[in-house]
Design a protein around this ligand. Structure first.
Ligand code: FAD
Length: 529
């Protein structure tokens, strides 16, 4: 039997990306004792750390702000909420200014001598966020994936349990409140930085009784040079796409990747960033140097050479579905549980489409800050008795199998789920009949997981990840089937039009029995479709 390492704290933050570090920083500054537990090494793990990120940083000029909010209205299928968008713009503006002035982040300087604060280099950004959290007193547990939440006898979330990979021991953290900042779910597709993002937080939240929102908006696919994992997509707006025979692939240049997906089903697709003029090329290198590393290493000049591309699934990392929030402080509706970043739904600011870049980063900063504040306030209100509560683990699928014997193989489960969610003709170019077939396969996988998947120590981490990905896939397809129209990124080939009667969010819940219901109350007033 392994030893169990025990800790207690006011706030436990689960995750190690931007949402987690902003949450930890805010909770510590609000006077809470904070532990942050990351599956990887906080500062290098997750979708932001290995790349760079455009940020929705818009000065408080009424015209610019209005344009920023309006730019996502139609794209997101009129499901965004103006009040939340305004809050995020305000909070992001303040936090990025803090990053520049207090943390001395080295933003590049534009031709007018002013700093360009609408982009961050992942490695530098996250290195600084780790240092800032440490300086604020946050205790960081690296390489310590959480595998389940702990609840008290009233069902309030009271900590979490996991496994410390390098020490080879289980651990438990008792906490007054927990922030889930575990990122989205990219189904281990190999998209850059995303293989740690296996949807664990969503499974933890639903097991505790929380709900999800926008799970049909979960089929983001990023463009990458073939054979690489670099799904940085913003600059492909400057691209022309070509079929293998050299003819231009019409309609593939914008945000609609359907022509690329359809062509990739039967052949190769090539591309060249030939719509960027000289000043744009220089600006692109300045703004996102990481984007060019791959090309420089491969000896490709992306502005003049054609190179083959592929689409890699990013699921809810650049989709907008996630844990439903019920209050401004990112509370989930379960006492003691808060959510932030990609783990939480981003419908509030983007509706059903993130539209590439900027909003996700702004959301991670803002929601992280609010969730940290909310969790600190809640935990501190509990007083010293919080640490003495009787607690128990609530992880089921992949942790405590229902059958008498553990026979399941986590890797085989992941491969089976990937066969249903990665192919373009199942998840990107969606049709009801294909979704329904996939769902019945996923239900069988789920039943096997429930029956026989489990393990201890490092194996439990793998079995829980496999369970989380299976659960995610089922929530995704249940919601996708319920939306019988095309809205945001939830495109249905069998329902190609937007239906004004379906201008609502879809709430999904349940672990074994999945339920989907429309949330009519959440339709933003005044939004027209
Ligand atoms: C290539 C690429 C480019 C992008 N570019 C942009 C852009 O330009 N602009 C933009 O707005 N957005 C962009 N995004 C999206 C953006 O990166 C994410 O929205 C952002 O990283 C979300 O932050 P997060 O903290 O929620 O999640 P992440 O940064 O993914 O961090 C999740 C963290 O949770 C940890 N974790 C997961 N499970 C567990 C567990 N069980 N226990 C403990 N820890 C766990 C992981 O180790 C990781 O540290 C991009 C994404 C990709 C993949």
């Amino acid at each position: 039997m392994t030893d169990v390492y025990e800790l207690s704290t006011d706030v436990l933050v689960i995750g190690g990306g931007p949402a987690a570090t902003w949450a930890a920083l805010r909770a510590a500054r609000d006077g809470a004792d904070v532990v942050l537990a990351d599956k990887g090494y906080c500062g290098t793990s997750g979708a932001t750390a290995s790349a760079g990120t455009g940020v929705w940083y818009v000065p408080p000029d009424p015209i610019e702000r209005e344009a920023a909010i309006a730019s996502r209205a139609s794209l997101g299928g009129y499901l965004a909420d103006r009040r939340w968008s305004t809050r995020v713009l305000d909070e992001t503006f303040a936090r990025l200014n803090e990053l520049a002035e207090e943390a001395r982040y080295p933003f590049p300087v534009g031709p007018d001598g002013r700093q360009l604060r609408n982009g961050l280099q992942g490695p530098e950004y996250m290195r600084r966020m780790r240092i800032r959290a440490r300086r604020a007193g946050v205790r960081i547990l690296d390489h310590s994936p959480v595998t389940e939440l702990l609840v008290d006898t009233a069902g309030a979330v009271a900590g979490a349990a996991g496994y410390r990979r390098q020490a080879g021991e289980d651990y438990r953290v008792r906490a007054g409140a927990v922030v889930l900042a575990t990122g989205g779910c990219a189904f281990q597709s190999k998209a850059l930085g995303c293989d740690v993002n296996t949807g664990d937080g969503a499974l933890f939240a639903v097991e505790a009784g929380a709900e999800l929102s926008g799970m049909e908006f979960s089929n983001a696919y990023g463009i990458a040079p073939e054979g690489t994992s670099v799904t940085k997509t913003a600059f492909y707006h400057f691209a022309t796409f070509y079929r293998a025979d050299g003819t231009v692939l019409e309609g593939a240049g914008g945000r609609n990747r359907s022509p690329i997906a359809a062509e990739l089903l039967c052949g190769k697709v090539f591309c060249r960033l030939d719509r960027a003029d000289e000043p744009a090329r220089a600006a692109m290198r300045r703004a996102q140097p990481n984007f060019f590393l791959t090309f420089d290493r491969l000896g490709i000049d992306p502005f003049t050479d054609k190179f083959s591309v592929t689409l890699i699934a990013e699921g809810t990392v650049r989709g907008t579905g996630g844990i439903r929030l019920v209050a401004d402080d990112c509370a989930t509706g379960v006492a003691g549980l808060y959510a932030a970043g990609d783990a939480a739904t981003r419908e509030l600011i983007c509706g059903g489409f993130t539209g590439g870049g900027s909003h996700n980063a702004a959301w991670a900063i803002s929601s992280g800050t609010w969730a940290g504040g909310g969790a600190a306030g809640y935990a501190l209100s509990l007083g010293a008795g919080a640490a003495r509560r009787r607690v128990s683990g609530i992880g089921e699928a992949g942790a405590r199998p229902e059958g008498p014997r553990i026979t399941g193989d986590a890797r085989a489960v992941v491969s089976a789920v990937q066969r249903e969610v990665l192919p373009y003709d199942k998840n990107y170019l969606r049709r009801g009949s294909v979704l329904a077939d996939s769902l019945s396969t996923l239900d069988e996988i789920w039943s096997d997981v429930r029956d026989s998947l489990g393990g201890d120590g490092a194996e439990r981490v793998r079995t829980r990840q496999a369970a989380a990905m299976t659960a995610h896939a089922r929530w995704m397809y249940h919601a996708a089937l319920a939306r019988t129209e095309t809205r945001g990124m939830a495109k249905r080939l069998d329902f190609p039009d937007q239906d004004p009667d379906q201008q609502y969010r879809l709430i999904t819940g349940g672990v074994d029995q999945v339920r989907v219901r429309p949330d009519h109350a959440a339709v933003p007033a005044g939004a027209a479709s």
